[in-house]
Ligand binder design. Structure first.
Ligand code: FAD
Length: 436
């Protein structure tokens, strides 16, 4: 009987240490550097100086970049352990940088480690793992994100070189990344899933133009955002810029997204927990219309529903992680897409209730609820929209079914089956139960 909801004692000690470290050392950073400061911007000397000693502590504790295998300086943890860690890291947007687990660098490091040549690993992977640089993943285009058949960014051979031309949208950290991993169509004559290639492109390559740094909806229009709208103007790349093999971009893309989505979902558990904490605290603090909010049944319903949704979601994420660790490709796909859908919905519901019980204060920009609320629409879009993940879940569920032999009846209640049951129980049937 192997079902078990407990964490082994050694790992729990590490989680406890992380919990205290994030609360005491990292969360205070977010109280000061919260508006207009990107935690991942390696060009900011102040925040780099703040973070460096914290990263050292994490390394000493052997918790640095745990998603990587030991030969790359990590711990080679499976998805369940990583999920439990991300539940803690999600408390502060600074934490993933301190622990060497920030997106998109984690996924990028994973595919370079897996598919890169020795020379590519030496040039890009090592400094990335050391936390000295950040990287960018440049796939979405202005006219297409979730449907790669609409991608237009192309690359073709000219002599020994490749020439890359086209536009990419929402390439996070493009402006200050040391390099970009760019997906481009290299064979337009075959379906896109076999005709696209990944390229490793140093940021200072001539021809890379940032048309705009797009900001998120809660960020000021006066400040540059972090999501690059990038134009690749006939960017010339050497033959060894290809990551993996030509035509295999989607194989690489799948490798980098699975774990990342689970980690993101578990950080969403932390966002929801934070909103629920605030909801409960407010319910116990605010006196109105003759009683505390916590004594009003509607507010009790808010708390109970939030707790139930959060616990269900958390277990679903851990279950998805467990399927990944088991190596079951189909199950992992279905459950990863399921948690991706749930993340947006659960976050929406819980933050909405927390905002509501905070009244006017909840509508202000003076609590963490503002940032949490603004994260809701992003959650339903990034890493693929909710609708597309629902399709994936449905397809995986349908794999286990076939059509009824008689389209007029459900297969369980086919007239032939009912007749067979009638014959089987003929001795017991009397007039009162005989009319099935
Ligand atoms: C914060 C953030 C960071 C991001 N970072 C990166 C990054 O670093 N690199 C990168 O390459 N991209 C990044 N993206 C882009 C992200 O991957 C895309 O937004 C996502 O894939 C969706 O693509 P799209 O925006 O073009 O929407 P579209 O694909 O155009 O979809 C728009 C809407 O159409 C609907 N829709 C789409 N397909 C279906 C369907 N089959 N059935 C029903 N309805 C459907 C959905 O409502 C969907 O939201 C980021 C996005 C966000 C929000």
């Amino acid at each position: 009987m192997a079902w078990d909801f407990e964490t082994d004692a050694d790992f729990q000690r590490q989680l406890d240490w992380m919990d205290t470290f994030v609360r005491e050392e990292i969360e205070p950073i977010g109280l000061i550097w919260n508006k207009g400061t990107d935690p991942f911007d390696v060009r900011n000397p102040t925040t780099c100086a703040l973070i460096k000693p914290l990263q050292e502590e994490v390394r000493k504790r052997e918790l640095w970049a745990c998603h990587l295998t030991p030969d790359l300086g990590g711990q080679g943890y499976g998805q369940v352990k990583l999920a439990l860690m991300n539940e803690i890291l999600g408390r502060s947007q600074w934490a993933s940088r301190v622990f060497g687990t920030q997106a998109p660098d984690t996924g990028n490091a994973e595919i370079i480690a897996h598919y890169g040549t020795q020379a590519q690993k030496a040039r890009y992977l090592q400094p990335l793992l050391n936390g000295e640089i950040v990287s960018c993943y440049s796939m979405t285009e202005p006219q297409a994100g979730s449907d790669p058949a609409e991608f237009r960014c192309r690359a073709w051979r000219e002599g020994n070189d490749w020439v890359l031309d086209g536009e990419k949208y929402f390439s996070s950290h493009a402006d200050f990344a040391e390099f970009l991993i760019v997906m481009a169509i290299t064979d337009p004559d075959v379906p896109v899933h076999h005709g696209a290639t990944m390229f490793l492109v140093p940021r200072d390559t001539p021809g890379i133009e940032i048309l705009r740094n797009v900001g998120l909806m809660h960020e000021s229009l006066d400040e540059p955002g972090s999501h690059g709208w990038v134009r690749y103007n006939r960017v010339r790349l050497p033959a060894d810029a290809v990551l993996g093999e030509p035509g295999k971009a989607f194989e690489l893309a799948q490798k980098r997204l699975g774990g990342g989505r689970i980690h993101h979902a578990m950080r969403t558990v932390a966002y929801c927990k934070r909103a629920l904490d605030m909801l409960c605290e407010r319910a116990l603090s605010r006196h109105t219309q003759g009683s505390l909010l916590s004594e009003k049944q509607t507010v009790q319903n808010y708390i109970a529903d939030s707790f139930i949704q959060l616990e269900q979601f958390r277990l679903l994420v851990l279950y998805a992680a467990w399927w990944c660790d088991k190596g079951d490709r189909h199950k992992s796909r279905a459950y990863i897409s399921a948690v991706k859908v749930q993340a947006a919905e659960v976050l929406h519901d819980i933050v909405r209730r927390a905002v509501q019980v905070h009244g006017a204060l909840g509508c202000s920009n003076e609590t963490p609820l503002a940032g949490l609320w603004m994260a809701v629409p992003m959650m339903g879009v990034m890493d693929g929209p909710t609708e597309v993940h629902r399709v994936t879940v449905a397809k995986q569920v349908l794999r286990h079914y076939t059509a009824s032999p008689d389209p007029l009846w459900p297969s369980e209640w086919l007239p032939a089956k009912i007749d067979a049951a009638r014959r089987k129980f003929a001795d017991y049937l009397d007039d009162t139960v005989g009319n099935l």
